[in-house]
Design a binder for this molecule. Structure first.
Ligand SMILES: O=C(O)[C@@H](O)[C@@H](O)[C@H](O)C(=O)CO
Length: 424
């Protein structure tokens, strides 16, 4: 085989991230792109530091698996490469060294998640302490911004104080990591692009917060190509969007208007797996300037291959997942509980797949999966894949049935890509 291609930056082109936690999914991702790409650019190598830690894979392995898989499947187009959820300079070092081009900065550890609930007295007290992390405060205070969408952002004292308390340190961390990414790439003369993700917060990102965060990053010289706010409604892992899609679209219009006004940059949808019901709204609101990030859903499709070819192994994985779920779910936004999902005992093979993975045949047109059982398997990927028996057994099934894995992924992601294209 000849050398795999290098990854590139994708700029403002609509893009789709195909995270793969096992390293065998890219041929299926390529097949979906060939069938239903619709002008959307792929990011095949994509993995967060959290995923690499849990699966014990290196950045080099992630890169090699994705690029070799793409080459073997005959992909001749471009691909970006997403070093996802970076929190430290060391995270940048390990991913930049192996050719990642799209760097997702995640400053969520520095976000004050309680800021939205502070009463006035507490807010003022917290603001006094956070003041020095927000040197920008006075420059926004009392202003209002008219958005092309017709909405108005009121940068009132309260809005600016809450933004300072909630995001002051996070913006500082993002800017410093952005500078570090720039210095690493300038030294090598390599191109790069940055996404900022603030999606992993308890409360939705307000328009005022989005405006201040993005404006500060851009004023600080960050090469921001995309931003992932925490959108309204519930964006849980492994299931469709939960919430009012019309209200979401109205909110997306306003977030997209900010990105047009300040950037432009793309709006990014994290936990994008299976969010079929909201894709058209995202594509419409952003006029095609979007990035969608998926990962766990390819792992679940891998388990579908296991369910169909080795039922006994799938049953073990279900039980193992249930045993590890309460610990493994800690950093993920999910609502499933073991109590609400039947154990595998007494379920026949078809019902077991339906409860823990769900089948497209059972899902109405235009929406995605909703079964809570999916979240139990979704969160326990690290424990399962690093288990000395289960991990190799899963790989062995996938390696013995590559055509099944490619076909289920191609079908699965074609549905995602077509739903996005319907709004473009
Ligand atoms: O599990 C992870 O750490 C990542 O795959 C995700 O959080 C990623 O950023 C994502 O949103 C994929 O849907």
């Amino acid at each position: 085989m000849s050398e795999p291609q290098k990854c590139t930056t994708l700029g403002l082109a609509p893009s789709f991230g195909f995270g793969d936690r096992i390293g065998l999914a890219t041929p299926g991702h390529v097949e979906a792109m060939k069938r239903s790409g619709n002008g959307i650019e792929p990011i095949f190598p994509q993995q967060s530091i959290r995923e690499m830690t849990r699966t014990q894979r290196t950045a080099q392995e992630v890169m090699d698996d994705a690029l070799n898989g793409a080459k073997a499947a005959g992909w001749e187009g471009r691909t970006g490469a997403d070093a996802d959820h970076l929190k430290t300079p060391e995270d940048v070092d390990v991913t930049a060294a192996v050719g990642f081009t799209f760097f997702t900065i995640d400053p969520s550890d520095d976000v004050d998640q309680k800021a939205d609930d502070y009463d006035e007295g507490t807010l003022r007290e917290k603001f006094a302490n956070a003041r020095e992390t927000a040197p920008w405060y006075d420059s926004y205070l009392g202003k209002s911004v008219d958005l092309p969408s017709g909405a108005k952002i009121d940068l009132s004292e309260e809005a600016c104080m809450r933004a300072a308390v909630k995001y002051g340190s996070a913006i500082q961390r993002a800017l410093s990591l952005g500078d570090y990414i720039k210095s690493v790439h300038n030294a090598k003369g390599d191109d790069y692009e940055i996404e900022l993700s603030v999606d992993e917060t308890d409360q939705p990102t307000t328009l005022a917060e989005h405006y201040i965060i993005a404006d500060q990053c851009l004023q600080g010289g960050m090469k921001l190509v995309s931003l992932a706010p925490r959108f309204i409604g519930e964006l849980e892992k492994g299931v469709d969007y939960k919430g009012d899609v019309d209200a979401l679209e109205a909110s997306l219009n306003n977030h997209a208007a900010i990105s047009e006004l300040l950037g432009p940059y793309k709006l990014s949808l994290h936990s994008g797996s299976d969010k079929i019901s909201m894709y058209a709204a995202l594509a419409r609101a952003t006029k095609g300037r979007f990035h969608v990030k998926t990962a766990g859903t390819s792992y679940l499709e891998a388990l579908r291959v296991v369910a169909r070819h080795d039922e006994a192994l799938f049953r073990r994985i279900v039980q193992f997942g249930r045993d590890h779920y309460d610990v493994d779910k800690a950093t993920y936004h999910v609502s499933a509980t073991n109590e609400a999902v039947p154990t595998g005992d007494g379920l026949d093979a078809k019902k077991l797949e339906q409860v823990y993975l769900e089948c497209w045949a059972d899902v109405p047109q235009g929406v995605g999966f909703t079964e809570p059982g999916r979240q139990i398997l979704h969160c326990t990927f690290g424990s399962t894949l690093t288990d000395p028996e289960l991990g190799p057994a899963v790989r062995s099934v996938l390696e013995s049935h590559p055509d099944t894995y490619t076909e289920v992924l191609a079908d699965h992601f074609s549905r995602h890509l077509e739903a996005l294209a319907s709004g473009m």
